[in-house]
Design a protein around this ligand. Structure first.
Ligand code: GLV
Ligand code: MN
Ligand code: MN
Length: 384
């Protein structure tokens, strides 16, 4: 299945993936999901927020156990972040069918919409809308780099933008959610384990800093006469590293927009996106607070700490072969569902280099198979 997905949205120049929400690649990935579900006789349903659900059994009568992840990608991302969880969900279901297991409750496979927020800036858009933590009006007005709104883009993909928002009917079908994901660090390498289980997700957020100045000629404008927004921007990037070090968190400026973006002109404005994460919310907030002095800052997303349900975490870890338990600095739909009160857990698969959000992201086939077997065992236990 991963081989089938490998060609979709791949940039041949880099081997990185570009799978923005609602792009042609995303629509093709959604069709692939429908095809895999149909081949297995599952009923597929797309909810009002663009999330896909494939069901073995009828969840309208009794809430089910759901597994899955997402198929969209960061720009120039790897092949595993998202797809490994969806592929492993289908593969685990195949394992259960080969075992002649008959689930005692409905079993679902989910593919969440726009997990990365690569296009509109807000991550986990599908699960945030589903659970009501993202205001639908705000979401519809978010724009991509072309200035198209989510409303335009969803309508262009034949969806009903006016229907997005909290969806209790769909949520009521989910008794438990288990997301399998490639690990995005080297925790499992250090522990010498192919599979692990999440304890927590660090609190994290994204902030847009807008530095404004005056565009002018690069050759004829004296230095003293310039109002150059690139300078406070550069100071902010260096200060982010320093304050993050002081507070023991991580801070990243990975996206910048310079206007008008001429090599021979002082820029008129610079927008920069700051991502800050750490074990303690107060440290994350302190870093943003220090950097935000005297600048126009808007919070584009915020995700509080997620401590996964301890009983479920321990049960999953035991059934997954006494897997080690570890926290992560990466955000996931499982975290959004957990915060909304859905008992949720995560299974991680070892990543030999720890590199992620990059074409270098990798997991060995044997570890992926260990992940599938662990997930199948977990689903069997939870669906008994
Ligand atoms: C999602 O992968 C995130 O942690 O940003
Ligand atoms: Mn990711
Ligand atoms: Mn992911």
């Amino acid at each position: 299945m991963l081989d089938e997905l490998a060609r979709i949205g791949r940039d041949p120049a880099t081997n990185g993936y570009v799978r923005d929400a609602w792009s042609a690649a995303d629509l093709e990935l959604r069709e692939w999901f429908r095809g895999e579900a149909a081949r297995r006789g599952l009923d597929v349903h797309e909810d009002r927020n663009g999330n896909l659900w494939a069901w073995w059994g009828d969840p309208s009568r009794r809430a089910g156990v759901v597994t899955g992840s997402h198929l969209d990608s960061v720009r120039q991302g790897g092949a595993f972040d998202g797809p490994l969880g969806v592929v492993s969900a289908f593969a685990a279901l195949d394992v259960l069918k080969n075992r002649d297991f008959v689930p005692g409750r409905p079993l679902g496979i989910a593919c969440f919409s726009d997990e990365e927020g690569a296009r509109f800036g807000v991550p986990c858009m599908g699960s945030r809308l589903l659970t009501g933590v993202l205001d639908p009006e705000r979401a519809l007005g978010l724009t991509d780099d072309e200035g198209d709104t989510l409303a335009d883009v969803m309508a262009g993909a034949g969806r009903k933008p006016q229907a997005i928002g909290r969806d209790d009917e769909t949520l009521a079908m989910v008794a438990t959610f288990v997301e399998l994901h490639v690990e995005q660090g080297r925790g499992l390498v250090e522990l010498g384990a192919p599979v692990g289980v999440a304890s927590a997700i660090w609190p994290h957020g994204r902030w847009r800093f807008d530095f404004r100045g005056e565009a002018n000629h690069a050759g004829t404008t004296r230095l003293v006469d310039r109002d150059d927004p690139m300078l406070p921007f550069a100071r902010m990037v260096l200060a982010a590293r320093e304050t993050a070090t002081t507070h023991g968190v991580v801070a990243t400026v990975g996206k910048v927009r310079v206007s008008p973006n001429n090599a021979n002109a002082v820029p008129g404005s610079v927008s920069a996106w700051l991502d800050v994460r750490g074990a303690r919310e107060e440290d994350v907030r302190a870093v943003v607070g220090e950097l935000a002095r005297g600048v126009e800052v808007s919070e584009e997303s915020w995700t509080p700490v997620v401590d996964f349900d301890a009983a479920l975490r321990d049960r999953v870890a035991a059934v997954a072969g006494h897997a080690p338990v570890l926290p992560t600095g990466a955000g996931h739909d499982a975290g959004i569902l957990a915060s909304a009160g859905v008992p949720s857990a995560m299974v991680f698969v070892r990543n030999p280099t720890g590199v992620s959000h990059s074409p270098q992201e990798h997991a060995e086939p044997e570890d992926c198979e260990a992940g599938v077997v662990a997930l199948a065992n977990v689903l069997e236990d939870l669906c008994r």
